[in-house]
Design a binder for this molecule. Structure first.
Ligand code: PXL
Length: 275
């Protein structure tokens, strides 16, 4: 506790997410996005993902013990009690993690609960991943105020096949009806055509967000950074639609200024917007 705070304090944004060691995705992408967009970033880690260069860059996945996740959240929520009202949920990885996170979420009121519904991850057992997907849908989706599924996740959450923008719009409506959340369903590069198209729907407004595709290959961290940018904008007071528009511009600039490496995929750079 400090006695004299002369400046206006930044909005606080918490991410509950996995570490992706190479810095492209996960909590690293979230924190860099928060910093770039002027919020005070905090992270509680749910798991550690280490790509395996010897095995086709598969994901090696190690969960963080539920008690250690609970400890991190206890520290964070006690430290910023009364100030923290915006959280982003990224990769959970196991039903036990989802239980622990849901319990911590229930211990306080939130203004913004942004769910990036990271479903199966390469390297996890399929049976285990299905349990995780189910827990995510039944436990976290109902508390989300904003959800950012990619093409695959939108198909899973809506139960429909998505082949074009009309399908993506229908999926966004179905996911909104199931959750009550504002939805930004990401077509990204997955739908045919020259544009990367995402659909926003919040029950009253549908907006198609479209930018020319930058290449045809997915860039690591695009989904995490988009969701983190929405989180930061909401924390600063933007409406859900304004947050979606700003986040799309942020990600487009980050992809334009992406980082190449010895991995077979590039990583989005969160500094792109000011480069
Ligand atoms: O982009 C999805 C994602 C989220 N979180 C973590 C990841 C990944 C993909 O690699 O490793 C920790």
């Amino acid at each position: 506790m400090t006695s004299t705070q002369q400046h206006s304090a930044p909005a606080i944004t918490l991410t509950i997410a996995g570490s992706e060691a190479t810095g492209g995705a996960g909590a690293q992408a979230d924190l860099k996005t928060f910093q770039q967009l002027g919020t005070f970033g905090i992270a509680a880690l749910t798991c550690i993902v280490s790509f395996d260069p010897k095995q086709g860059w598969d994901h090696r996945f190690v969960p963080v013990e539920p008690q250690v996740i609970a400890d991190q959240l206890e520290a964070i929520q006690t430290c910023y009690s009364g100030q923290l009202d915006t959280v982003k949920l990224g990769m959970m990885g196991s039903p036990a993690t989802i239980d622990t996170v849901a319990t911590a979420l229930r211990s306080q009121q939130w203004k913004n609960v942004l769910l990036d519904p990271v479903l199966i991850c390469k390297g996890q057992e399929p049976g285990h991943a299905l349990d995780t997907d189910q827990a995510l849908k039944s436990t976290l989706l109902p508390v989300a105020t904003f959800v950012t599924p990619n093409h695959f996740e939108a198909e899973s959450l809506s139960g429909i096949t998505i082949s074009n923008v009309e399908d993506l719009e229908r999926a966004a409506r179905l996911i909104h009806e199931a959750s009550g959340a504002a939805v930004l369903a990401k077509g990204g590069i997955r739908l045919a055509g020259t544009d990367a198209v995402d659909v926003f729907y919040n029950g009253t407004t549908t907006e198609i967000l479209s930018t020319p595709k930058i290449g045809e290959v997915a860039v690591s961290g695009a989904g995490c950074s988009l969701a983190a940018a929405v989180t930061a904008e909401l924390a600063k007071g933007a409406s859900p639609l304004e947050a979606a528009r700003s986040a799309k511009a942020f990600v487009t600039a980050g992809i334009e200024h992406r980082m190449a490496s010895h991995a077979p995929f590039d990583a989005l750079w969160q500094g792109g917007i000011s480069a």
